[in-house]
Design a binder for this molecule. Structure first.
Ligand code: GLU
Length: 459
Protein backbone atom coordinates (compact mmCIF):
# COMPACT_ATOMS: atom_id res chain seq x y z
CA UNK A 1 0.00 0.00 0.00
CA UNK A 2 1.38 3.39 -0.83
CA UNK A 3 2.06 5.82 1.96
CA UNK A 4 -0.26 8.80 2.21
CA UNK A 5 1.44 12.00 1.17
CA UNK A 6 1.89 14.10 4.26
CA UNK A 7 3.99 17.22 4.12
CA UNK A 8 5.83 17.21 7.41
CA UNK A 9 7.12 20.54 8.63
CA UNK A 10 10.90 20.58 9.06
CA UNK A 11 10.62 21.91 12.58
CA UNK A 12 8.50 21.42 15.65
CA UNK A 13 4.97 21.95 14.32
CA UNK A 14 3.68 23.44 17.57
CA UNK A 15 4.17 27.20 17.67
CA UNK A 16 6.54 27.95 20.53
CA UNK A 17 5.98 30.89 22.84
CA UNK A 18 9.27 32.02 24.37
CA UNK A 19 10.37 34.94 26.44
CA UNK A 20 13.65 36.71 27.00
CA UNK A 21 13.70 37.91 30.59
CA UNK A 22 16.74 40.06 31.29
CA UNK A 23 17.23 41.84 34.60
CA UNK A 24 17.94 45.47 33.71
CA UNK A 25 21.09 45.61 35.79
CA UNK A 26 23.57 46.02 32.96
CA UNK A 27 24.10 46.08 29.22
CA UNK A 28 23.41 43.06 27.05
CA UNK A 29 26.57 41.05 26.39
CA UNK A 30 27.36 38.11 24.15
CA UNK A 31 26.16 35.65 26.82
CA UNK A 32 22.65 36.99 27.28
CA UNK A 33 22.36 38.10 23.67
CA UNK A 34 22.83 34.49 22.72
CA UNK A 35 19.96 33.51 25.00
CA UNK A 36 17.77 36.19 23.42
CA UNK A 37 18.72 35.07 19.94
CA UNK A 38 18.08 31.39 20.63
CA UNK A 39 14.66 32.29 22.11
CA UNK A 40 13.82 34.43 19.10
CA UNK A 41 14.97 31.83 16.57
CA UNK A 42 13.10 29.02 18.32
CA UNK A 43 9.91 31.08 18.24
CA UNK A 44 10.35 32.12 14.60
CA UNK A 45 11.32 28.64 13.44
CA UNK A 46 8.05 27.28 14.82
CA UNK A 47 5.87 30.20 13.74
CA UNK A 48 5.43 31.10 17.40
CA UNK A 49 5.89 34.22 19.51
CA UNK A 50 8.79 35.91 21.26
CA UNK A 51 8.11 38.05 24.33
CA UNK A 52 10.37 40.53 26.05
CA UNK A 53 9.95 40.64 29.79
CA UNK A 54 12.01 42.82 32.08
CA UNK A 55 12.76 41.05 35.34
CA UNK A 56 12.89 44.30 37.26
CA UNK A 57 11.30 43.57 40.65
CA UNK A 58 14.62 43.03 42.25
CA UNK A 59 16.59 45.86 40.74
CA UNK A 60 17.63 49.24 42.00
CA UNK A 61 17.94 52.67 40.50
CA UNK A 62 19.56 52.99 37.12
CA UNK A 63 17.52 50.14 35.78
CA UNK A 64 15.41 52.44 33.60
CA UNK A 65 18.46 53.34 31.52
CA UNK A 66 19.54 49.74 31.26
CA UNK A 67 15.99 48.73 30.31
CA UNK A 68 16.01 51.29 27.49
CA UNK A 69 19.46 50.14 26.40
CA UNK A 70 18.34 46.50 26.33
CA UNK A 71 15.41 47.38 24.09
CA UNK A 72 17.57 49.42 21.74
CA UNK A 73 20.21 46.72 21.55
CA UNK A 74 17.68 43.98 20.77
CA UNK A 75 16.18 46.13 18.01
CA UNK A 76 19.62 46.87 16.60
CA UNK A 77 20.15 43.12 16.35
CA UNK A 78 16.75 42.73 14.68
CA UNK A 79 15.15 40.84 17.56
CA UNK A 80 11.76 42.55 17.69
CA UNK A 81 9.24 41.21 20.20
CA UNK A 82 5.59 40.24 19.91
CA UNK A 83 4.74 41.24 23.46
CA UNK A 84 6.34 43.27 26.23
CA UNK A 85 5.95 43.34 30.00
CA UNK A 86 7.83 44.36 33.08
CA UNK A 87 7.57 42.51 36.34
CA UNK A 88 7.34 45.71 38.36
CA UNK A 89 3.89 46.24 36.81
CA UNK A 90 2.68 42.82 37.93
CA UNK A 91 3.43 42.65 41.64
CA UNK A 92 -0.31 42.25 42.41
CA UNK A 93 -0.31 38.99 40.45
CA UNK A 94 2.68 37.72 42.41
CA UNK A 95 1.07 38.68 45.70
CA UNK A 96 -2.03 36.68 44.76
CA UNK A 97 0.11 33.64 43.98
CA UNK A 98 2.04 34.05 47.23
CA UNK A 99 -1.23 34.17 49.16
CA UNK A 100 -2.30 30.91 47.54
CA UNK A 101 1.00 29.28 48.52
CA UNK A 102 0.55 30.47 52.09
CA UNK A 103 -2.93 29.00 52.19
CA UNK A 104 -1.73 25.64 50.94
CA UNK A 105 1.11 25.61 53.46
CA UNK A 106 3.87 25.77 50.85
CA UNK A 107 5.08 29.23 51.90
CA UNK A 108 6.27 29.68 55.46
CA UNK A 109 7.70 32.56 57.46
CA UNK A 110 11.30 32.47 58.70
CA UNK A 111 13.03 34.85 61.08
CA UNK A 112 16.73 33.96 60.95
CA UNK A 113 19.08 36.85 60.36
CA UNK A 114 21.61 36.75 57.55
CA UNK A 115 24.37 36.13 60.13
CA UNK A 116 22.51 33.17 61.66
CA UNK A 117 21.95 31.65 58.24
CA UNK A 118 25.61 32.10 57.37
CA UNK A 119 26.65 30.32 60.57
CA UNK A 120 24.31 27.41 59.81
CA UNK A 121 25.68 27.24 56.30
CA UNK A 122 29.30 27.20 57.45
CA UNK A 123 28.70 24.54 60.05
CA UNK A 124 26.99 22.26 57.50
CA UNK A 125 29.81 22.77 55.02
CA UNK A 126 32.38 22.11 57.74
CA UNK A 127 30.70 18.76 58.35
CA UNK A 128 30.83 17.99 54.64
CA UNK A 129 27.06 18.38 54.31
CA UNK A 130 25.20 20.29 51.59
CA UNK A 131 24.21 23.76 52.82
CA UNK A 132 20.45 23.17 52.87
CA UNK A 133 18.19 25.28 55.05
CA UNK A 134 17.25 23.14 58.08
CA UNK A 135 13.59 24.27 58.18
CA UNK A 136 13.94 25.31 61.81
CA UNK A 137 11.24 27.94 61.21
CA UNK A 138 8.66 25.21 60.57
CA UNK A 139 8.95 24.28 64.26
CA UNK A 140 7.97 27.77 65.44
CA UNK A 141 4.64 28.00 67.24
CA UNK A 142 2.18 30.84 66.81
CA UNK A 143 3.40 32.17 70.15
CA UNK A 144 7.05 32.06 68.98
CA UNK A 145 6.15 34.03 65.89
CA UNK A 146 4.13 36.55 67.85
CA UNK A 147 7.07 37.09 70.20
CA UNK A 148 9.54 37.50 67.33
CA UNK A 149 7.28 39.98 65.61
CA UNK A 150 6.76 41.88 68.86
CA UNK A 151 10.55 42.11 69.14
CA UNK A 152 10.53 43.81 65.75
CA UNK A 153 11.61 40.87 63.58
CA UNK A 154 10.11 40.83 60.11
CA UNK A 155 9.78 37.44 58.39
CA UNK A 156 11.14 36.37 55.06
CA UNK A 157 9.16 33.61 53.35
CA UNK A 158 10.37 30.31 51.99
CA UNK A 159 8.80 27.90 49.53
CA UNK A 160 8.66 24.41 50.95
CA UNK A 161 10.13 21.98 48.42
CA UNK A 162 8.43 18.61 48.23
CA UNK A 163 10.48 15.41 48.48
CA UNK A 164 10.63 13.21 45.44
CA UNK A 165 12.09 13.43 41.96
CA UNK A 166 11.86 16.46 39.69
CA UNK A 167 12.61 15.61 36.09
CA UNK A 168 12.39 17.17 32.71
CA UNK A 169 13.50 16.50 29.17
CA UNK A 170 15.76 19.45 28.46
CA UNK A 171 16.01 20.42 24.79
CA UNK A 172 19.78 20.88 25.12
CA UNK A 173 20.82 18.75 28.09
CA UNK A 174 18.51 15.78 27.64
CA UNK A 175 16.94 14.20 30.71
CA UNK A 176 17.65 16.18 33.88
CA UNK A 177 16.92 14.74 37.29
CA UNK A 178 16.86 16.35 40.74
CA UNK A 179 15.58 15.19 44.08
CA UNK A 180 13.39 17.75 45.80
CA UNK A 181 15.05 17.05 49.14
CA UNK A 182 18.44 18.08 47.75
CA UNK A 183 17.25 21.60 47.05
CA UNK A 184 17.15 24.18 49.81
CA UNK A 185 13.76 25.81 50.36
CA UNK A 186 14.13 29.05 48.39
CA UNK A 187 13.25 32.47 49.76
CA UNK A 188 10.43 33.94 47.68
CA UNK A 189 9.74 37.07 49.74
CA UNK A 190 12.37 39.15 51.45
CA UNK A 191 12.11 40.76 54.87
CA UNK A 192 11.18 44.07 53.28
CA UNK A 193 8.21 42.35 51.61
CA UNK A 194 9.66 42.37 48.12
CA UNK A 195 8.98 39.28 46.02
CA UNK A 196 12.05 37.66 44.49
CA UNK A 197 12.60 36.76 40.86
CA UNK A 198 11.47 33.13 41.22
CA UNK A 199 7.82 33.81 41.95
CA UNK A 200 7.55 36.46 39.25
CA UNK A 201 9.21 34.21 36.74
CA UNK A 202 6.96 31.21 37.41
CA UNK A 203 3.73 33.25 37.59
CA UNK A 204 4.56 35.13 34.39
CA UNK A 205 5.58 32.02 32.47
CA UNK A 206 2.26 30.42 33.45
CA UNK A 207 0.01 33.44 32.87
CA UNK A 208 1.70 34.45 29.61
CA UNK A 209 1.38 30.99 28.12
CA UNK A 210 5.13 30.47 27.79
CA UNK A 211 5.72 27.03 26.31
CA UNK A 212 9.52 27.08 26.26
CA UNK A 213 12.01 28.71 28.61
CA UNK A 214 15.49 29.17 27.16
CA UNK A 215 18.18 30.26 29.58
CA UNK A 216 21.74 29.55 30.62
CA UNK A 217 22.75 26.36 32.39
CA UNK A 218 23.41 28.40 35.55
CA UNK A 219 19.63 28.25 36.01
CA UNK A 220 19.32 24.44 35.98
CA UNK A 221 18.86 24.11 39.75
CA UNK A 222 16.37 26.99 39.71
CA UNK A 223 14.38 25.09 37.13
CA UNK A 224 13.87 22.10 39.43
CA UNK A 225 12.47 24.50 41.97
CA UNK A 226 10.42 26.43 39.40
CA UNK A 227 8.78 23.20 38.25
CA UNK A 228 7.64 22.47 41.80
CA UNK A 229 6.52 26.05 42.21
CA UNK A 230 4.49 25.95 38.99
CA UNK A 231 2.86 22.70 40.05
CA UNK A 232 2.08 24.10 43.51
CA UNK A 233 0.26 26.94 41.74
CA UNK A 234 -1.67 24.50 39.57
CA UNK A 235 0.21 25.38 36.37
CA UNK A 236 1.75 23.07 33.80
CA UNK A 237 5.48 23.86 33.68
CA UNK A 238 6.85 24.87 30.26
CA UNK A 239 9.58 22.98 28.39
CA UNK A 240 13.15 24.01 29.06
CA UNK A 241 16.34 24.48 27.09
CA UNK A 242 19.44 25.31 29.14
CA UNK A 243 22.27 26.44 26.90
CA UNK A 244 25.89 25.99 27.96
CA UNK A 245 27.53 29.16 29.18
CA UNK A 246 30.00 30.73 26.81
CA UNK A 247 33.69 30.92 27.71
CA UNK A 248 36.34 33.23 26.28
CA UNK A 249 38.87 32.15 23.69
CA UNK A 250 41.12 30.71 26.44
CA UNK A 251 38.25 28.76 28.00
CA UNK A 252 37.70 31.06 30.99
CA UNK A 253 34.30 32.35 32.10
CA UNK A 254 33.25 35.59 30.49
CA UNK A 255 32.27 37.41 33.66
CA UNK A 256 35.37 39.58 33.94
CA UNK A 257 35.29 40.71 30.35
CA UNK A 258 31.62 41.35 29.91
CA UNK A 259 32.08 45.11 29.58
CA UNK A 260 34.13 44.72 26.42
CA UNK A 261 31.77 42.03 25.19
CA UNK A 262 28.65 44.14 25.48
CA UNK A 263 26.62 44.54 22.33
CA UNK A 264 27.22 48.29 22.67
CA UNK A 265 30.96 47.99 22.53
CA UNK A 266 30.89 45.48 19.68
CA UNK A 267 28.66 47.86 17.78
CA UNK A 268 31.08 50.69 18.55
CA UNK A 269 33.86 48.56 17.07
CA UNK A 270 31.95 48.42 13.81
CA UNK A 271 30.59 44.90 14.19
CA UNK A 272 27.51 44.29 12.05
CA UNK A 273 24.36 42.93 13.71
CA UNK A 274 24.33 39.92 11.38
CA UNK A 275 27.94 39.11 12.30
CA UNK A 276 26.89 38.88 15.95
CA UNK A 277 23.80 36.86 15.04
CA UNK A 278 25.65 34.54 12.63
CA UNK A 279 28.20 33.72 15.29
CA UNK A 280 25.95 33.45 18.33
CA UNK A 281 23.28 31.38 16.56
CA UNK A 282 25.84 28.72 15.69
CA UNK A 283 28.22 28.87 18.63
CA UNK A 284 28.06 25.57 20.48
CA UNK A 285 26.12 23.83 17.71
CA UNK A 286 27.15 21.25 15.15
CA UNK A 287 26.69 23.76 12.30
CA UNK A 288 29.75 25.53 10.91
CA UNK A 289 29.98 29.24 11.68
CA UNK A 290 29.48 31.06 8.41
CA UNK A 291 28.20 34.44 7.32
CA UNK A 292 24.42 34.71 7.17
CA UNK A 293 22.75 37.83 5.87
CA UNK A 294 19.34 37.40 7.48
CA UNK A 295 17.81 36.22 10.72
CA UNK A 296 15.24 34.39 8.59
CA UNK A 297 17.98 32.15 7.24
CA UNK A 298 19.27 31.48 10.75
CA UNK A 299 15.71 30.62 11.82
CA UNK A 300 15.36 28.20 8.91
CA UNK A 301 18.56 26.45 10.04
CA UNK A 302 17.67 26.46 13.72
CA UNK A 303 17.27 23.18 15.57
CA UNK A 304 17.85 22.40 19.25
CA UNK A 305 19.13 18.96 18.21
CA UNK A 306 22.27 20.72 16.90
CA UNK A 307 23.18 22.19 20.29
CA UNK A 308 25.98 20.62 22.27
CA UNK A 309 26.40 20.52 26.05
CA UNK A 310 30.07 21.43 25.88
CA UNK A 311 31.22 24.95 26.69
CA UNK A 312 31.58 26.98 23.51
CA UNK A 313 34.35 29.56 23.19
CA UNK A 314 33.74 33.07 22.02
CA UNK A 315 36.68 34.42 20.03
CA UNK A 316 36.50 38.14 19.17
CA UNK A 317 38.91 37.53 16.27
CA UNK A 318 36.41 35.09 14.77
CA UNK A 319 33.72 37.75 15.06
CA UNK A 320 35.96 40.24 13.24
CA UNK A 321 36.58 37.77 10.41
CA UNK A 322 32.89 37.04 10.13
CA UNK A 323 32.18 40.77 10.11
CA UNK A 324 34.46 41.34 7.12
CA UNK A 325 32.98 38.40 5.25
CA UNK A 326 29.47 39.66 5.89
CA UNK A 327 30.31 43.14 4.63
CA UNK A 328 31.88 41.64 1.50
CA UNK A 329 28.54 39.98 0.73
CA UNK A 330 26.21 42.77 1.80
CA UNK A 331 24.12 44.11 -1.09
CA UNK A 332 24.00 47.83 -1.78
CA UNK A 333 20.32 48.16 -0.86
CA UNK A 334 21.11 47.01 2.68
CA UNK A 335 23.72 49.74 3.27
CA UNK A 336 22.56 52.66 1.15
CA UNK A 337 21.01 54.59 4.04
CA UNK A 338 23.89 53.85 6.37
CA UNK A 339 26.39 55.05 3.76
CA UNK A 340 24.40 58.25 3.42
CA UNK A 341 24.46 58.67 7.21
CA UNK A 342 28.26 58.35 7.06
CA UNK A 343 28.34 61.20 4.52
CA UNK A 344 28.93 58.72 1.71
CA UNK A 345 25.74 59.35 -0.23
CA UNK A 346 27.84 59.56 -3.41
CA UNK A 347 28.84 55.91 -3.10
CA UNK A 348 26.52 54.24 -5.60
CA UNK A 349 25.94 50.58 -6.30
CA UNK A 350 28.95 50.29 -8.63
CA UNK A 351 31.24 52.04 -6.14
CA UNK A 352 29.96 49.82 -3.31
CA UNK A 353 30.87 46.74 -5.34
CA UNK A 354 34.43 48.09 -5.71
CA UNK A 355 34.87 49.12 -2.09
CA UNK A 356 33.19 46.35 -0.13
CA UNK A 357 35.82 43.61 -0.63
CA UNK A 358 38.25 45.79 1.34
CA UNK A 359 36.06 46.58 4.32
CA UNK A 360 36.53 45.23 7.80
CA UNK A 361 33.90 47.58 9.11
CA UNK A 362 31.42 49.72 7.22
CA UNK A 363 33.03 53.04 8.05
CA UNK A 364 36.28 51.88 6.42
CA UNK A 365 34.37 52.83 3.26
CA UNK A 366 35.03 56.50 4.07
CA UNK A 367 38.79 56.00 3.83
CA UNK A 368 38.60 54.17 0.53
CA UNK A 369 36.14 56.68 -0.85
CA UNK A 370 38.66 59.45 -0.09
CA UNK A 371 41.11 57.53 -2.24
CA UNK A 372 38.61 57.97 -5.05
CA UNK A 373 37.62 61.58 -4.48
CA UNK A 374 41.01 62.77 -3.28
CA UNK A 375 43.05 64.63 -2.64
CA UNK A 376 45.54 61.77 -2.77
CA UNK A 377 49.25 62.52 -2.54
CA UNK A 378 50.70 60.21 -5.18
CA UNK A 379 53.81 58.16 -4.44
CA UNK A 380 56.11 58.38 -7.44
CA UNK A 381 58.16 55.20 -7.63
CA UNK A 382 59.16 55.46 -11.31
CA UNK A 383 58.55 58.87 -12.91
CA UNK A 384 59.43 57.68 -16.43
CA UNK A 385 56.94 54.83 -16.24
CA UNK A 386 54.21 57.18 -15.01
CA UNK A 387 54.93 59.59 -17.82
CA UNK A 388 54.64 56.81 -20.38
CA UNK A 389 51.40 55.65 -18.74
CA UNK A 390 49.96 59.15 -18.90
CA UNK A 391 50.77 59.33 -22.59
CA UNK A 392 48.58 56.32 -23.40
CA UNK A 393 45.73 57.11 -21.00
CA UNK A 394 42.55 56.34 -22.95
CA UNK A 395 39.83 58.95 -23.42
CA UNK A 396 36.66 58.68 -21.35
CA UNK A 397 34.08 57.16 -20.99
CA UNK A 398 35.79 54.57 -18.81
CA UNK A 399 34.40 51.23 -17.80
CA UNK A 400 35.38 47.82 -16.55
CA UNK A 401 37.64 47.12 -19.53
CA UNK A 402 39.60 50.39 -19.32
CA UNK A 403 42.19 49.20 -16.81
CA UNK A 404 43.09 46.13 -18.90
CA UNK A 405 43.35 48.09 -22.13
CA UNK A 406 45.39 50.87 -20.58
CA UNK A 407 47.88 48.66 -18.77
CA UNK A 408 48.35 46.56 -21.92
CA UNK A 409 49.21 49.76 -23.78
CA UNK A 410 51.66 50.83 -21.06
CA UNK A 411 53.29 47.40 -21.12
CA UNK A 412 53.65 47.52 -24.91
CA UNK A 413 55.20 50.95 -24.73
CA UNK A 414 57.62 50.34 -21.81
CA UNK A 415 58.15 46.57 -21.70
CA UNK A 416 57.34 46.74 -17.96
CA UNK A 417 54.67 44.33 -16.77
CA UNK A 418 53.38 42.44 -13.75
CA UNK A 419 54.04 43.65 -10.24
CA UNK A 420 56.54 46.44 -11.10
CA UNK A 421 53.93 47.95 -13.40
CA UNK A 422 50.87 47.46 -11.20
CA UNK A 423 52.48 48.53 -7.94
CA UNK A 424 53.93 51.68 -9.51
CA UNK A 425 50.51 52.63 -10.86
CA UNK A 426 48.79 51.81 -7.56
CA UNK A 427 51.23 53.95 -5.57
CA UNK A 428 50.68 56.86 -7.94
CA UNK A 429 46.90 56.56 -8.16
CA UNK A 430 46.12 55.81 -4.52
CA UNK A 431 49.23 56.76 -2.52
CA UNK A 432 49.05 53.25 -1.01
CA UNK A 433 50.49 49.83 -1.76
CA UNK A 434 47.20 48.00 -1.17
CA UNK A 435 43.50 48.54 -1.56
CA UNK A 436 40.51 47.84 -3.78
CA UNK A 437 41.08 46.50 -7.28
CA UNK A 438 42.41 49.14 -9.61
CA UNK A 439 40.20 47.86 -12.41
CA UNK A 440 37.21 49.03 -10.36
CA UNK A 441 38.82 52.12 -8.85
CA UNK A 442 40.03 53.61 -12.13
CA UNK A 443 36.63 54.63 -13.56
CA UNK A 444 35.57 55.93 -10.14
CA UNK A 445 38.67 58.15 -9.84
CA UNK A 446 38.14 59.45 -13.37
CA UNK A 447 40.54 60.67 -16.03
CA UNK A 448 41.21 64.14 -14.69
CA UNK A 449 42.37 63.02 -11.25
CA UNK A 450 44.22 60.04 -12.70
CA UNK A 451 46.18 62.30 -15.05
CA UNK A 452 47.08 64.66 -12.20
CA UNK A 453 48.21 61.84 -9.91
CA UNK A 454 50.32 60.31 -12.70
CA UNK A 455 52.01 63.69 -12.99
CA UNK A 456 52.80 63.52 -9.27
CA UNK A 457 50.26 66.15 -8.27
CA UNK A 458 47.92 65.71 -5.28
CA UNK A 459 44.41 65.45 -6.68
N1 GLU B 1 16.32 37.59 34.92
C1 GLU B 1 16.87 36.27 34.82
C2 GLU B 1 18.27 36.36 34.30
O1 GLU B 1 18.58 37.35 33.65
C3 GLU B 1 16.01 35.45 33.90
C4 GLU B 1 16.26 34.02 33.88
C5 GLU B 1 15.11 33.35 33.17
O2 GLU B 1 15.16 33.32 31.93
O3 GLU B 1 14.20 32.92 33.82
O4 GLU B 1 19.10 35.50 34.56
Amino acid sequence: MSQPMIALPATDPTPIVTRFAPSPTGLLHVGNVRTALVCWLAARASGGRFLLRLDDTDTERGSAEFAAAIEQDLLWLGLGWDGFSRQSDRTGRYQAALDRLKQSGRLYPCYETAEELELKRKSLLARGLPPLYDRAALALTDADRARLEAEGHRPHWRFRMADGPVEWQDKVRGRVHFEGRDISDPVLVREDGRALYHIGSVVDDAEMGITLVVRGEDHVANTAMHIQLAEALGAVPPSYAHTSLIADAEGHGLSKRLGSLSLRSLRGEGIEPMAVASLLAKLGTSDPIEPRLSLGQLAAEFDFAKFSRTTPRFDPAELQRLNSRILHETPYAAVRDRLAALGLGAVDEAAWAVLRPNLQRLDDAAGWWRVVTGPVGPVVADAALLEAAAAVLPPEPWGDATWGEWTAAVRDRTGIKGKPLFLTLRLALTGLDHGPELRGLLPLIGRERVAARLAGRAA
